[in-house]
Design a binder for this molecule. Sequence first.
Ligand code: DSN
Length: 433
Amino acid sequence: MSLPQSAHPQSASLSHPALSAADPELAALVGAEEQLQADTLRLIPSENYVSAAVLEATGTVLQNKYSEGYPGRRYYEGQQNIDRVETLAVERAKAVFGVEHANVQPYSGSPANLAAYLAFAEPGDTVLGMALPMGGHLTHGWGVSATGTWFRGVQYGVRADTALIDFDEVRELARKERPKIIFCGGTAVPRTIDFAAFGEIAREVDAVLVADIAHIAGLVAGGAHPSPVPHADVISTTTHKTLRGPRGAMLMSRASHAKAVDKAVFPGLQGGPHNHTTAAIAVALHEAAAPSFREYAHAVVANAKALAEALLARGYDLVSGGTDNHLVLIDLTSKDVPGKVAAKALDRAGIVVNYNTVPFDPRKPFDPSGIRIGTPALTSRGLGTDRMPQVAEWIDRGVQAAAKGDEDALTVIRNEVAELMAAYPAPGLAVGE
Ligand code: DSN
């Protein structure tokens, strides 16, 4: 079988006629990326395929406008349509997540989280968040981030025996350190986040609880993960992961925090909102309100569970023993293959993952023990639980090939992956349809 990956690199660019004519070099790169996304099995849990409608919205003339301010109170004229676009996005966010207030202007997740600091803490104040190597995010007070240098980051982790969040530790740290803000959520948390437990601790120490649901927003919207709304003061999320929108972010909160949140985003931290992104967020939220999105969210979780089961059956060590959500964290220590070596080999096999630390990792973050995989993107292509044993088999063969340095085996897998993916056209891509 020939490799579709490089067979028609220019065909995708035909769907961008103006770009192809004006800048063929750039158009060819876009076309090649479309082909790559079509041919490969994309398992990075923070990535997805947006719909053609979301893609179109990001490419509209809305990007030509400056709109500093909020609907009805802008510093620029000509906002008749932009105000309605932003209001639509805000109202849809409120309806989908059941929140009293939504700000759809943060440029991405890190600025959204920084706005939460600006709204509820002063430089030097203590914040409590999950340690990055335990599954947290840089912006939850980790040292190399501005949030860990301008603020005093205190970090909690997971239990060594279960790899689950240690709530005794969280409570003890909160009582001792009296943080202004407690962050929950993360980037490598394969289990359900107990927002109620965090809420109870935050209330006890009078801290603002920020639930960062960037990874699981789509699962929350689709009812496949409990909602933080009854427990968190502020909810931060990106819009481009399981929520399947454009690259952007939102902050949601109780009405009582609306003013502080809005003031922190603009003028506190940002200038003009990216209106084309706001429009695409509105489209994504419209899609997330449809019954089919509930099915999608539940299918993401079912696929992740099936993939985890198939990997366990092949003798893989999974952090926490499995998953409740979209994400599986594999500890490759027992396979004698470093995470980075495995991730790079899998990439050559057409399986895109990222290397990742595992809790208590003896190796360094740039060369850690694990790989992180997830099912949002493959579920968007329509793969179901019946395909997960095959995905696990490819991962297993890829890891074994990485251990042996068997490039031929990786090429064989790459061909098999491309053949299967051709049967599942990717949303939003001109190729393979
Ligand atoms: N970089 C994102 C992820 O991959 O999880 C988090 O910001």
